[in-house]
Ligand binder design. Structure first.
Ligand SMILES: [Mn+2]
Length: 457
């Protein structure tokens, strides 16, 4: 008979790495960006204590680099002591950023913390009041690339209790750098009830149960393309088979893309840069004044709304780092095309002056113009010249035909230049997400149409 177990699953904390803010922020924000990763971790520890969990698992990349930052180590150790006060165990595997290698912890870890060795898969038993409650299995990276599949050795004696497997992987059998395994490889290991994965920074529920395969994502994103909520999983189970998953947001700083269209007449015409400033301010203010802004943030794609639980734990968002995209066709484009970088600088400085000190702060990381000249109605274009209709058809085909899409991405891969050491394998090919693919196609379409049209016909 299995009793209730409650644990936290986190990974990819990258302690010691600051949030990348693009433009250089004023001192107060710099400090906040340097601390954000620690703040997220401290919130997780607070959550663990409040919820009286049995243990916490950290599935790799606890630290940002192999030579541990002294400050990161000190903060980590102190937080683990707080967990120890309540008898909460911590199980850690090292990932590609903090491989086991030769690195030693600058400070001694308290004895509630266990770091799995890199030599082989090791099993730890978790007992509570002298009863065996769970087994935790794991293996650390030995260096920054790890081509051992590892999963094969995650073997448990029986299924009478919860069996948990910790693995840091890209979950891609072709990827020889970050533990090549597939979803079905993991499913073939019958004894493991919950695969606590790490490495992918977006929270993902690969499989909800039977067994569960979960990426918690990084609790604090560090780069602009990691948009949206970030946090950790609070997991409860009665049986070790069915899990109640709660995604708990903890990130103090949220990355967000903002889009503004210059061709929406219902929002007022944009004649010049004053109009643009007004529109930017209005849109920014809407976000800054929203008290429950988290709800508007767009969920990570694999998390359904009912898994995100903001009632269990309070973790206020301190602010947002923004990337703006100005899109559409209209008279404003003329100002942009004449002075692109100057206009860009002007708008970024304007926004940051207004909102850097606001609470919550808004910090503009970057701003891009994807605008074009005014064109006749697309319908008209297509009617006048079949070339335009043909372009439309090609774009549709790429969107709908998976094979064609794959072929196209392979071509993109050929123009992708990695560093020389990356040229060995297929691992550093261009791996665009759906959003990027859509974006590139849209961009290409717009450019082709513009060129054809302004080219004289
Ligand atoms: Mn990693």
């Amino acid at each position: 008979m299995v009793a209730d177990i409650k644990f936290i699953h986190t990974a990819d904390l990258h302690l010691g790495a600051p949030v990348n803010s693009g433009e250089t922020p004023p001192e107060g924000l710099q400090e906040l960006f340097a601390e954000a990763g620690y703040t997220a971790f401290k919130r997780i520890v607070k959550l663990a204590r409040e919820q009286k969990v049995d243990f916490m698992v950290i599935s790799g990349d606890l630290y940002d680099r192999e030579a541990r930052s002294v400050k990161a180590s000190r903060i980590f150790v102190n937080q683990c002591r707080l967990l120890k006060e309540q008898g909460i165990e911590v199980y850690i595997i090292n990932g590609n950023h903090d491989p086991r290698g030769q690195a030693e912890e600058p400070f001694s870890l308290p004895d509630n913390v266990y770091v799995f060795p890199e030599t082989e898969v090791t099993t730890r038993e978790y007992t509570r009041e002298r009863n065996l409650k769970a087994r935790i299995l794991g293996q650390s990276y030995r260096q920054k690339y790890e081509d051992r599949s590892m999963f094969d050795f995650y073997t448990v004696p029986d299924r009478s209790i919860l069996n948990l497997g910790l693995l840091h992987t890209q979950l891609d059998p072709q990827n020889k750098r970050y533990v090549p395994v597939s979803r079905s490889n993991l499913l073939s290991k019958k004894g493991i009830d919950y695969w606590a994965l790490g490495h992918i920074h977006i929270p993902r529920i690969i499989k909800k149960e039977g067994p569960s395969i979960i990426f918690p994502g990084t609790p604090q994103a560090r780069i602009i393309n990691q948009e949206g909520l970030r946090g950790c999983f609070l997991v409860e189970t009665e049986t070790g088979r069915n899990f109640e998953l709660n995604f708990i947001p903890v990130a103090p700083v949220i990355f967000k893309n903002m889009e503004l269209y210059i061709d929406r007449p219902e929002k007022g015409e944009l004649k010049n840069l004053t109009d643009l400033k007004n529109r930017l301010e209005k849109k920014a203010r809407k976000l800054a004044d929203k008290t429950r802004a988290q709800k508007e943030l767009g969920l990570p794609p694999d998390l359904s709304r009912n898994i995100i639980n903001q009632s269990i734990f309070s973790s206020p968002v301190q602010g947002y780092i923004l990337r703006w995209f100005i899109r559409g066709s209209g008279p404003l484009h003329q100002f942009v095309s004449e002075n692109r970088s100057e206009v860009k600088e002007e708008m970024v400085a304007f926004l940051n002056d207004l909102f850097a000190e606001h609470s919550p702060f808004l910090w503009t990381h970057s701003l891009f113009f994807r605008t074009g000249p005014e064109l006749p109605e697309e319908e008209q274009l297509r009617k006048n010249n079949e070339v335009f209709a043909e372009i439309e058809k090609i774009i549709q085909d790429i969107r709908n035909d998976q094979e064609l899409k794959k072929e196209l991405i392979e071509h993109w891969g050929k123009i992708w230049q990695g560093s020389p050491e990356d040229k060995k394998g297929p691992n550093n090919l261009f791996h665009p997400d759906d959003r990027t693919i859509k974006e590139l196609l849209q961009e290409a379409r717009q450019r082709i149409i513009e060129e054809l049209y302004t080219g004289g016909r």
